[in-house]
Design a protein around this ligand. Structure first.
Ligand code: FNR
Ligand code: LAC
Length: 368
């Protein structure tokens, strides 16, 4: 299949199609697949269609400002690259290309414990960041601590602890495509870094999770005490969990269902956002990821109280299509869509967007 020239790509939808046309089936199944029947995967995007944006007219919008701050650091737009594993599986530029493209335009990128390049190599590729490191709690706490220390030394400015993955979800599409989780690309952070365990097999009644981590609120508190980096807790869908995360010292939370890859029938991330903003939004920054595909989606999330939104699959599609240049193109596209929507909404700055800018769509409105 011929690669499409990136410049011909005008929307994230076209990017998805271009990536689908060139990725081998197994990699496509891994990237695009969700858990089980993929109800949550579909709902993630559909949830945005349940809100309307309310334009304000004749506002002075000649200069548009997309910049905001995330944990005190200036970022050029209120969206970031969510952590995704094994980026070299989609393109040889891998995490280093992703880091360079994001850093070039001042967009935050978060890198996974399961990166195909080492966290140090990623940092060297784009020394100026902004850049955070995502931690999967390891079976032994000392190994999680070691990852945290390496990230701190390499200049990452926050730790994102993903807490929604005691075991990987049942990924029907991924399995059907033939993708094997075991070592698809060399793990950049070392052979002893483990991925969350695969779902247990065999008849019950007891399922020891081989290679599982002793994740607990107490361990999160210990991690908090052993690092000077701010802690961001990723993968929350309930107000009471967000409260506990703040109690153990999180500086921010990411409302997320892992891109619909974990528990099918868990709520769309956007649907869980309001209760979490209500519970902790006055104390910590709240971000959300899952299903963001348009500049107008970003505005809806901001209006509902998110400080910024993460994108997981779209930057991978961009990387697949044209490596580092593709990611640059993707970031440009989303920024320009966001600026367009912001102007027509009648807001000069993304920081001015508030709850009055959205209203629930009338029931029965069709969603995408
Ligand atoms: C992910 N995600 C993820 N999250 C995480 O904390 N660590 C990881 O290693 C990964 N790996 C990963 C791989 C792939 C292929 C995907 C698609 C996702 C979840 C990711 O950070 C994010 O929560 C979702 O991808 C957001 O949903 P969208 O933007 O893909 O709809
Ligand atoms: C995934 C894991 C690795 O979603 O986070 O595939």
């Amino acid at each position: 299949v011929a690669r499409r020239r990136t410049l011909e790509i005008r929307t994230l939808g076209e990017l998805e199609a271009a990536a689908a046309a060139l990725l081998p089936e197994a990699i496509r199944g891994y990237v695009n697949g969700g858990a089980a029947e993929e109800v949550t995967l579909r709902e993630n995007h559909a949830a945005f269609g349940r809100w309307t944006l309310r334009p304000r007219v004749l506002e002075e919008v000649r200069t548009l400002d997309l910049a905001t701050k995330m944990l005190g650091a200036e970022v050029r737009a209120p969206f970031f690259i969510a952590p995704t594993a094994y980026q070299r599986a989609v393109h040889p530029d891998g995490e280093r290309g992703m880091a360079r493209a994001a850093s070039h335009v001042g967009i935050l990128a978060v890198f996974s414990t399961l990166s195909s390049d080492s966290l140090e190599a990623i940092a060297r590729a784009a020394p100026s960041g902004p850049r955070w490191f995502q931690v999967y709690l390891q079976p032994k706490f000392v190994d999680s601590q070691a990852l945290a220390e390496r990230a701190e030394r390499a200049g990452y400015s926050a730790l994102v602890v993903t807490v929604d993955t005691p075991v990987l979800g049942s990924r029907d599409q991924q399995l059907a495509s033939g993708f094997a989780m075991e070592n698809p690309v060399a793990l950049g952070n070392g052979r002893n870094v483990v991925s969350p365990p695969r779902p247990p097999g065999g008849p019950g009644p007891r399922f020891p999770l081989e290679g599982g981590s002793e994740a607990s609120w107490e361990l999160l508190r210990r991690l908090r005490e052993t690092t000077t980096l701010p802690l961001v807790v990723k993968g929350l869908l309930r107000a009471e969990d967000a409260q506990r995360a703040v109690e153990v010292g999180a500086s921010a939370v990411i409302v997320s269902n892992h891109g619909g890859r974990q528990l099918d029938r868990s709520p769309a991330s956007l649907d869980a956002l309001p209760e979490i903003v209500e519970a902790v939004g006055d104390r910590v920054e709240v971000y959300v990821d899952g299903g963001v595909r348009r500049g107008s989606d970003v505005l809806v999330a901001l209006a509902l109280g998110a400080r910024a939104v993460g994108l997981g699959r779209p930057p991978l599609w961009a990387l697949a299509v044209d490596g580092e240049a593709g990611v640059g193109r993707f970031l440009g596209l989303l920024s320009s869509e966001l600026a367009t929507s912001l102007a027509i909404l009648g807001r000069r700055s993304v920081q001015e967007v508030d709850r009055t800018d959205v209203r629930p769509a009338p029931l029965g409105r069709s969603t995408s």
